[in-house]
Design a protein around this ligand. Structure first.
Ligand code: HEC
Length: 125
């Protein structure tokens, strides 16, 4: 009996607790939507800044055989390797291409962005 009386006196508290839980529900729905998105947000300096500071030195004039920006035919065989291979080669160095294109503080995101920038600016049509 004591227990039931205790429960009754706490009923308003239990109700407001329930309301709080309901208030949290929509927020929870949003959170799970966010984790379902596959697109990764870009975090880093603007890709044009990376390109213009580092990559441009070789990739505008084709120094040592670097694929030139704006020349689709030079990028095509590279593109076919896939962005993951290109990123790996650009990170570790590849023949005359120096590791990280000499941008030693570049993050993976920034390097990937700079590669994508050169590819996007070398369209085949
Ligand atoms: C010192 C000159 C130099 C700089 C600076 C440079 N590159 Fe390169 N890069 C090269 C050369 C040379 C090649 C061609 C290597 C080969 O295939 O012989 C190349 C090739 C590449 C490739 C193709 C790799 C492959 O697997 O075919 C990518 C991607 C690339 N560079 C990205 C970058 C990025 C991004 C930057 C700037 C952060 C950069 N490079 C800066 C010289 C340079």
């Amino acid at each position: 009996m004591f227990f039931i009386r205790l429960l009754r006196s706490y009923r308003p508290l239990a109700l407001s607790f329930g309301v709080c839980l309901l208030a949290l529900l929509p927020a929870h729905g949003q959170a799970s939507e966010e984790t379902n998105t596959t697109a990764q947000p870009y975090s880093g300096r603007p890709v044009t800044q990376i390109y213009n500071t580092y990559c441009i030195a070789c990739h505008v004039n084709g120094v040592a055989g670097a694929p030139r920006i704006g020349h689709a035919e030079e990028w095509q065989p590279r593109i076919e390797k896939g962005i993951d291979t290109l990123l790996k080669n650009a990170t570790n160095g590849f023949k005359a291409m120096p590791p990280k294109g000499l941008c030693f503080d570049c993050s993976e995101d920034e390097l990937r962005g700079a590669i994508q920038y050169m590819i996007d600016n070398s369209p085949s049509n």
